[in-house]
Design a protein around this ligand. Structure first.
Ligand code: GLV
Length: 312
């Protein structure tokens, strides 16, 4: 069996793979180009991908008929054409569950940072500008009794709700399953809106100019889901004109590019897709991907399959 891994994995998690096949790990310390990905997967029985790898029909043709599993080292899988993988006779898997707490923690870190101007204060001190304690200096917004609107009430959304409630926030949510409040109500009544939905055809640019206009002037937007859920140009415009108070983003429309206007604004906190970035969590994610490959190649059944049709 041939197993291709598109980017080095942490820890000793590769050991079980050596029992079932020959393992090739990309030698590059960067995402593969589409051509490198196609060359790497040729003749593979299993591929372990990251969210940077777009697995489409072309990649499947390049892989050939032996391919049985595409194991994504992420919970989101908008980078995989699950329909095409299924039609190819392979299964697609992800790593749900193991990154829930890490992502919810980072969401709270961003929420606190943008509302209490932590990064802004850090930048100010590093700039060498003189400062002194003052009754009105660098004031932010308190969270107690403020409303948090969670868009997407899966495991991560629920974990954020628990944390936010502990901070004294009043939590509402909107879910594609129809629970919670309508999106317009959530946007127009929340002091912080936090995105936790997957990227799908329906959620691409869910937060566009019109949605931003519905938000309260003092509201904040937090995105730890997927960049294209937000129209970044419209967001930059809404922040520039103080239509909303601030934003904290971990994900971007065209990663790793960030809309240049956002870089100029002080009321935006930017982190480089760190939602699951703890040593423990990344190791567990890699282990789940490895487990899926071993399970499919030895028993034909993955541990955490992505079902197709999705959401069925
Ligand atoms: C990270 O963004 C993931 O989906 O796991």
């Amino acid at each position: 069996m041939n197993i291709f891994i598109t980017r080095a994995l942490p820890g000793d998690v590769l050991a079980p793979l050596a029992e079932v096949g020959a393992v090739t790990v990309s030698p590059h310390d960067r995402p593969l180009t589409p051509a490198e990905l196609r060359a790497g997967v040729a003749g593979a029985d299993a591929v372990i991908t990251t969210l940077n790898d777009r697995v489409d029909q072309e990649v499947l043709v390049a892989a050939g008929p032996r391919l049985r599993v595409v194991a994504n080292t992420a919970t989101g899988y908008d980078n995989l054409d699950v329909a095409a993988i299924t039609a190819h006779g392979a299964v697609a898997t992800n790593t749900p569950g193991v990154l829930v707490d890490a992502t919810a923690d980072l969401t709270m870190a961003l929420l606190l940072d943008v509302t209490r101007r932590v990064s802004e204060g850090d930048r100010l001190i590093r700039s060498g500008e003189p400062w002194s304690w003052d009754i009105g200096f660098l004031l932010g917004a308190g969270l107690q009794e403020r409303r948090l609107g969670i868009v997407g009430m899966g495991a991560i959304g629920q974990a954020v709700a628990v944390r936010a409630a502990a901070f004294g926030m009043d939590v509402v949510h909107h879910s594609r399953r129809g629970t919670g409040v309508g999106l317009a109500e959530l946007l127009s009544t929340s002091d912080v809106v936090s995105l936790h939905c997957p990227l799908t055809k329906e959620t691409r640019h869910l937060i566009d100019e019109a949605a931003l206009r519905l938000m309260k002037p003092g509201a904040y937007l937090v995105n730890t889901a997927r960049g294209p859920v937000v129209d970044e140009a419209a967001l930059a415009q809404a922040l520039r004109t103080s239509e909303i108070a601030g934003a904290a983003l971990d994900v971007y429309e065209d990663e790793p590019r960030v809309h240049p206007d956002l870089l100029e604004l002080d009321n935006v906190v930017l982190t480089p897709h760190l939602g699951s970035a703890t040593t423990e969590t990344r190791t567990r994610m890699a282990a789940v991907a490895v487990q899926n490959v071993v399970a499919v190649l030895t028993a034909g059944e993955p541990t955490t399959p992505i079902s197709f049709p999705e959401n069925s």
